[in-house]
Design a protein. Structure first.
Length: 264
């Protein structure tokens, strides 16, 4: 099991062959949401900039195939967790039911559902539903005595008491206000102004998760590594990491991003 390395290929196969069982204290997973299949291109949008609906081959399944995929990767990831490990899974209202049901069937306990409020989310385009401005991160645990660094997370909370002291987390953790990744943090396709990955997660979100549920020197596994956010943040926080990514283009982007961060 090689640490601080990106494995290229199918996450289920690589976890089975390259990741030691019961060795990973923390897994963060941002799996496909199965939302692709329809094109929505608003390159000239004046509210929040260009907008392109996620429409990728890696995000396209039949419903039956998606259920099977969820079962297979969550089961495999479960086997790699330590006896008190944590697994955080990013999702939306479209797939949260499948994620929770599958994880519970595997024997995972749902500790919390964090709500990420995207303060710069796209406005309501169709005007046929309430505006979609949130995503969710389900925190599952395996066994007892899981890691939760309460005081560290209190310090992470930007809100303070009237006396200026750190606050309990209920006003921040259950409802996290963070913008969709933009500016210098957003990885762009070479020579364009278009995002390299449609669902790049904010570094601040990964910072919270890694600080909360791991300790320095621990290993963080990300089976859907994308552009490498988990690796960058884990490295910054003195954790080891393992990334798995099926798309070679994303592997190259993540390698470059992590290398550039390491040489700062």
């Amino acid at each position: 099991m090689v640490l601080n390395e990106i494995y290229h290929g199918d996450c289920i196969s690589i976890m089975n062959t390259n990741i030691t069982s019961e060795s990973i204290p923390l897994i963060f997973a941002d799996p496909p949401y199965n939302l692709s299949g329809k094109v929505l291109d608003l390159a000239k949008n004046t509210t929040g900039g260009a907008y392109y609906k996620v429409n990728e081959k890696w995000d396209t399944y039949t419903y039956e195939d998606y259920l099977l995929f969820c079962k297979q990767w969550i089961q495999t990831a479960y086997e790699k967790l330590t006896s008190n490990g944590s697994m955080y899974i990013s999702c939306t209202h479209h797939n949260i039911g499948e994620i929770i049901t599958t994880a519970r069937q595997m024997g995972l306990k749902l500790n919390n559902i964090l709500t990420w409020y995207k303060v710069n989310a796209m406005p309501n385009i169709t005007k046929r539903t309430f505006t979609h401005a949130t995503e969710f991160i389900c925190w599952f645990v395996k066994g007892q005595n899981w890691i939760f660094n309460y005081e560290v997370v209190k310090s992470f909370n930007p809100h303070r008491t009237k006396k200026g002291e750190t606050k309990q987390m209920r006003d921040f953790l259950d409802f996290i206000e963070l913008p969709i990744v933009q500016g210098k943090e957003r990885i762009k396709l070479a020579g364009t102004n278009r995002a390299a990955h449609p669902t790049q997660k904010p570094e601040k979100l990964l910072e919270l998760i890694i600080l909360a549920s791991s300790n320095e020197g621990d290993v963080v596994l990300d089976p859907f590594f994308g552009t490498g956010t988990t690796g960058v943040v884990a490295q910054r926080l003195n954790r080891n990491w393992i990334g798995i990514e099926n798309c070679w283009e994303y592997v190259q982007i993540a390698k470059k991003r992590i290398y550039e961060y390491s040489t700062l």
